[in-house]
Write a protein that binds this ligand. Sequence first.
Ligand code: GDP
Length: 473
Amino acid sequence: MIPAAAAVNMRALKTPEDTIAAIATPIGTAGIGIIRLSGPQAWAVGQRLFRPRKDRQHLSSHQLYLGHIICPETGKAVDEVLVSFMKAPHTYTREDVVEINCHSGLVVLERILHLILSHGARLAEPGEFSRRAFLNGRIDLTQAEAIADLINAKTHKSLELAGEQLQGRMHQLIARIRGDLLDLLAYVEAAIDFPEDDVEYLNQTDFTERLRSRVYEPVKQLLQRYEDGRILREGLSVIITGKPNVGKSSLLNNLLNSERALVTPIPGTTRDLIEEGCSLRGIPLRLVDTAGLHPSEHPVERLGIERARERLSRADLVLFLLDRSQQLTKEDAHIYQEISSKPRLLIVNKVDLPPHPDFSELTKHFPGERFLQVSALRGDGVEELKDAILETIIGERLDTETSLVAPNLRHKKCLESTLEALARSLNLLESNGAPELLAVELQESLAHLGDIIGQTTSEDVLDQIFNQFCIGK
Ligand code: GDP
């Protein structure tokens, strides 16, 4: 028997005994609000409070019933509702589920929830429905994470990534790699258990080659796609900087097609950071208009400049603006120096105005730089700028199909630990190390891969993941 195989099901799947309930839609006035119940008592609680319009002896699973929620103590109707009763296992949680579609008013929702809680259910914790779906084996951990990604998706490309993960793309890939690793581990375990037997084992060269090509390389390639995932989940951070009045706020507005930033002819009015999200050809972008990075005596402005510096250090790209109608100054040179270590584009703004003579020899002042000519006021060159932003930061990388399986930060850490253990395994093979040591390293790789899909994941990590969900999900 292969010890690692036992590790696969190490975490006992606890089936909760209690029934949970929560409002599943945002609180506020709207046409419909949904309250969800899940657990062994869900149907009983639902039936205690629901009076169907037509007298029914029997409620069928996965049917929608019209009726009223009644307060059992007073017999009074609280709301007219549509209720679906769903029998396990074909439900979101794989438990019995009841969903009450009522009217969405704060008092109505809270009144019905209160009735449910006083008739046999308890309030669900954040993410508890999804946690149960995971614990009952309906989804793996990457799919649970995909649900959160899907809810928080900022653009259609982020949504696509979450959708693929929800369908199990990441799970399948990890399961495939784990399967290959388990096969290899079986050879090692057999060699340890039956060293004298004349069993036909893989020779060392074939073993090493299989471990490298079917396990080590795919893990390494997957790890390389972390950056794609980060871009799609979190978005690119783009800083707009330049001395006061070069047109930073105007450019931000133009890129956003909105009027979020304050545009005024008085220098230094953007004292704090203005951050806005938008979608650039499906890629989420976080645009930050800074107070500039110029030296200042003004205390509030200095605070803004400090924050701008901090954001600059984390930025994926800097758009450095110059005002073509004005002389280049020491301030321009100072800011240019501040951003010299970052990926950047130099934007020559106000091309609708006559150029200052300084701009006839720009490359002399900024050798080797890429310049883009724009008019933030009129919009000239803004489309080209958008293309240049994407080209500079991501190039072709997100056009490929493979980028639709991309690890998040948690997966990345697990993959890094996997890769380290695999590298040690390959070293052992090269140095003819003891099979017992090799088995330990392979088991460790297996466990780290198992963490990704939730087969060997600790309660703490599960708490961390599911606590980020909203209540009712
Ligand atoms: P910031 O201080 O760098 O954020 O600059 P603003 O965006 O507030 O712009 C300062 C002034 O320059 C405003 O009066 C804008 O209307 C003007 N401005 C910005 N971009 C352009 C442009 O491309 N052409 C012209 N003619 N004026 C511009």
